[in-house]
Design a protein. Structure first.
Length: 387
């Protein structure tokens, strides 16, 4: 584990999402926390609320959006992962320039590689490492993909100008589309995007060793990492926009909204030929998710940094300033099991029977409260995990 540093919240954010600069954009931290909020237990909370209403209440549409689509399509929950990678890209713009200015490009490059290695190892550890044997190791997963996106997008940011970044992003998205559309899969042919029949799944089946999440292929697989880097680059473009000094704040918001809407529209239009599919991170999915991410960033930036309405976002700030820490906590420890030791068994059964599912809601509430309280504890004591 990396050392824990004690610093003030404005300068201490963990891992690759750090914004090591005096000119902080609080909305970025809050948006990161909002994103993680759904991962650490908010989804289970809304499931439980929906269950109490016999799945007929106004909560039902929300609960429905908190499930991934089986394959093609887009729900809110499909935005969670790409939004985080998008925010990594935004934060690169605020963290690396200071390092480059102070220590040079070589030191910034070394820092990127160091953070990549540590975050990648965190990913291996999160998926149980070698606990179940060598063959059970998952080489590619959520944290591993974040690490890879940070590595390549960070290096691109250091060594390419904005025009070069735009060319790289377009090349990744169009090149991925061309490969998926025109390269034939043995026994299937070209242009098939069905699960198990597409080129990305075939490459995982043939060349990705050890454990794969979906049997013989992985949603964070080899080929689909390329367009995921494009998602991080879109975040870099958003960060560059926020740092522009020739635009007033409202123009930045307007452009984030404009670019976001354009991304969503173009993504769904592209999806008519190359479907919007998270599990293969299709190019159309990159545009849709990037568009929604830009809209959310613009909304948070307007409310928090322009209007200075920040109190409501305080819990998100607690979470967002230790995002990787809390992610690992909820995936490595059994918070629900601990909650069941307090409110489980006969208590939960009685509450479910007598109060229409209140037991499940109580457990979910306790899990979410515990996770947020832990983040608050770290924040108030200025403890931030850094690598």
């Amino acid at each position: 584990m990396p050392p824990v540093e004690t610093q003030t919240p404005p300068t201490a954010i963990n891992v690759s999402t750090s914004a090591e600069t005096s000119g902080r954009v609080v909305s970025v931290d809050a948006l990161r926390g909002f994103d993680m909020f759904w991962i650490i237990g908010a989804d289970a909370f809304f499931y439980a609320v929906n269950k109490m209403g016999h799945e007929n209440s106004f909560i039902s549409p929300i609960a429905h959006q908190l499930d991934h689509v089986p394959w093609a399509g887009f729900h809110f929950y499909d935005l969670i992962f790409p939004l985080f990678i998008f925010i990594v890209g935004v934060s690169i713009v605020f963290s690396l320039p200071k390092r480059i200015a102070t220590h040079g490009k070589g030191a910034a490059t070394a820092q990127i590689f160091r953070r990549f290695v540590i975050l990648y190892l965190f990913g291996l550890f999160t998926y149980e490492g070698i606990a179940k044997g060598y063959e059970h190791i998952r080489l590619l997963g959520v944290l591993q993909r974040i690490a890879l996106c940070y590595l390549f997008a960070g290096l691109a940011f250091i060594y390419l100008k904005p025009r070069g970044l735009a060319v790289l992003c377009a090349t990744l998205l169009i090149g991925y589309w061309a490969m998926m559309t025109f390269i034939p899969v043995p026994g299937v042919g070209a242009g098939n995007f069905a699960e198990g029949q597409n080129l990305a799944n075939y490459i995982d089946r043939m060349y990705l060793p050890l454990r794969k999440w979906d049997g013989d292929h992985d949603p964070e697989g080899l080929l689909s990492t390329l367009p995921a880097i494009g998602t991080c680059l879109l975040g870099i473009f958003a960060g560059l926009l926020l740092k522009r000094k020739d635009l007033d704040e409202m123009k930045k918001v307007q452009r984030l909204f404009l670019f976001g809407i354009a991304g969503v529209v173009l993504g769904f239009l592209w999806g008519l030929q190359f479907p919007v599919i998270k599990k293969i991170w299709s190019s159309s999915f990159v545009l849709v998710a990037g568009g929604f991410s830009a809209i959310l960033l613009g909304l948070f930036y307007y409310i928090i940094d322009i209007r200075k309405s920040q109190r409501w976002a305080t819990p998100f700030l607690w979470i967002g300033t230790n995002a990787i820490t809390i992610y690992m906590l909820v995936h490595v420890t059994d918070l629900r099991g601990l909650a069941n030791r307090v409110l489980g068994g006969e208590i939960k059964d009685w509450l479910n029977t007598q109060m229409n599912g209140l037991g499940d809601l109580a457990i979910s509430t306790l899990v979410l409260a515990a996770a947020i309280s832990f983040c608050r504890f770290l924040y108030q004591r200025k403890l931030f995990l850094r690598v």
